[in-house]
Design a protein around this ligand. Sequence first.
Ligand code: SF4
Length: 341
Amino acid sequence: MGKKRVTSGMRPTGCLHLGNLLGALTNWVRLQDEYDCFYFIVDWHALTTPGGGAAVGYENVGELQNFIREMALDWISAGLDPDKCSIFVQSSVPEVAELHLLFSMITPLGWLERNPTYRDMILGYKIESPSYGLLGYPTLQAADILAYKGEFVPVGRDQEAHVNMTRDLAQRFNSLYGKQVFPITETLLTEVPKVPGLESVEKKMSKSAGNYIAFSLSEEETTEKVKSMFTDPVKIRKDDPGHPDGCVVFAFHDIYNRPELENIRGECEKGKRGCVACKMQLAGSMNRALEPIRNKRKKLEEKPEMVEEILRAGSERARNAARETLREVREVMNLPPRKDY
Ligand code: SF4
């Protein structure tokens, strides 16, 4: 039996950061050995919001292609292997747009209006006049997954609901047309470390909050970012007893220096560890972990044609899979067959 299919996408936001690396990419790299993975850069999704500042959107498309290239570089540098998974750009598979259109015909408006993410996006991006595309983005998301008959979508615990609409649409389609065309996609729950922002353990690292460490940064730049991390404000001198649980540096030691964590905690609490030395230890471990990614990225940057070829080959595989699905979809919907499918 062939491998089960996993699909997942990421919005092109420019250089990726440690939150993306530890929260998603590391897991994607693991999954590519076990599953038939389709990973795509969701450029159409980027156009569902207006954008502005450093963010791309339908009002701000200038950096879109650049961000796509940067994201592909980051993915491959982080370990996605084009021999093991398909890496491509969402819009290079026009069959997904057709499936989105057909799904939009059978998606009850109430499903979209009740979607909590829609309201969160309007608030988060301060959108005064939300577009038709934004309201319908879960339908596009379903087309992204189901065009390739994705059986699993890797998600964190807080994102399980994102796949519900895809499951509902697959069920609705299958029952309307009396054939199990689509699988009922399941979530692949993954435990990912909580990656805090530089300024607080309570905040998540994110591009929009500007509290991130891009993994394309040099060793020196990464060290500077670590130096800027929030620590226990009452620990001024080395011998002051510290409170590691509210300290961002300690949270990162939990990721990069786990075997030494209890020792670090003890030394901090007993006033036997200074914050400057503590940060330098973290910067050292972080830089050692990031070095192979940086080296690979540097080599890839010198060969842009190689990245283009990886995306081209990935989109060809994806299109073949999507064409097969659309052939079946058009048949059960009694649409005229297309010669190119
Ligand atoms: S010693 Fe380390 S863990 Fe303790 S407050 Fe300073 S930076 Fe944080």
